[in-house]
Design a protein around this ligand. Structure first.
Ligand code: PEP
Ligand code: MN
Length: 288
């Protein structure tokens, strides 16, 4: 019997579709999530949300609880950030994904966001994984910094074994001897995962490379390797970003990536969302 009883893909069987709000991950559509590493202000998240969704992002990302390496780095806006992300999701009619750091935070995050992200640093936080088993929302599970594929799959197995079948795996680069890139994006893992598990697989070329100029080529390579979607960091002014500016695309760079994916994906038998033509501009009430 497979070590991964629940995530294992029996031969010739299809993949699982995970629904985040009204968006299906793992079907024919290649799904792109985009937004800032961290929610910094109301203006920042609302502006980014309007621009990335206009370019074809189907999910909005933004960190409210940030797992920073240094305790002196910006830790995120916490509950206020969650509120702002929810507002931006509603304003753009786009489901949201945000990280949950602790089991105690799950109720608030699950109440406010459409999908719960487990960060690389928490991939083997077994108390968190077990607690996510009873969450009512889907989970985007990122691969640990130095995790094997087996450890990654067993982390997903924890969530599913504890009652939540809606897991999307996310390859986000691993630590290797190489230091020219922030991490080594393991696209071989993507092709392998698509063979051995029925779960959908996302790729994060932002953390996977740490370098803005490498994000678009690795995003296209991820699509070619069989990924079901991407999660991309976008900031209206990356030089001023409080977190991960060097790997964040500007909104026009993101729009350029989306248009190149639109050219590429049909050759791979997938579709990707068209740029959104809004009947009215997204406007946000001022104040608050
Ligand atoms: C993030 O998505 O901003 C993040 C912290 O990612 P990771 O956990 O993959 O480092
Ligand atoms: Mn980040």
């Amino acid at each position: 019997m497979s070590t991964y009883k629940l995530v294992h893909r029996p031969e010739n069987s299809g993949g699982t579709i995970v629904r985040v709000g009204n968006v299906e991950i793992g079907g024919g559509e290649f799904v792109v999530a985009a937004g800032p590493c961290a929610i910094e202000s109301r203006e920042q998240i609302l502006e980014t949300a309007a621009l990335v969704t206009a370019a074809g992002a189907r999910l909005l990302r933004g960190g409210a609880f940030k797992p920073r390496t240094s305790p002196y780095s910006f830790q995120g806006l916490g509950l206020k950030g969650l509120e702002l992300l929810e507002e931006a999701g509603v304003a753009t009619d786009t489901p949201t994904v945000t990280e949950v750091l602790t089991p105690e935070d799950i109720p608030a995050v699950a109440q406010s966001a459409d999908a719960l992200q487990v960060g690389a640093r928490n991939m083997q936080n077994f108390a968190l994984l077990k607690a996510l088993g009873s969450a009512e929302k889907p989970v985007l599970l990122k691969r640990g910094l130095s995790s094997t594929i087996e450890e990654f799959l067993l982390a997903a197995e924890y969530i599913i074994a504890h009652g939540n079948p809606n897991v999307v795996l996310c390859e986000r680069g691993i630590r290797t001897f190489e230091t020219a890139t922030r991490n080594t994006l393991d696209l071989g893992a993507v092709a392998l995962l698509k063979n051995i598990t029925h779960l959908p697989v996302f790729v994060d070329p932002s953390h996977g490379t740490g370098r803005r100029e490498l994000v678009a080529p690795m995003a296209r390579a991820a699509a070619a390797a069989g990924a079901d979607g991407l999660i991309i960091e976008v900031h209206p002014n990356p030089d001023q970003a409080l977190c991960d500016g060097p790997q964040s695309l500007t909104p026009p760079q993101f729009a350029g990536l989306m248009s190149s994916l639109r050219a590429l994906l049909p050759a791979l038998g997938r579709t990707v969302a068209a740029p959104q033509k809004r009947s009215r501009p997204v406007t946000f009430a001022t104040g608050a």
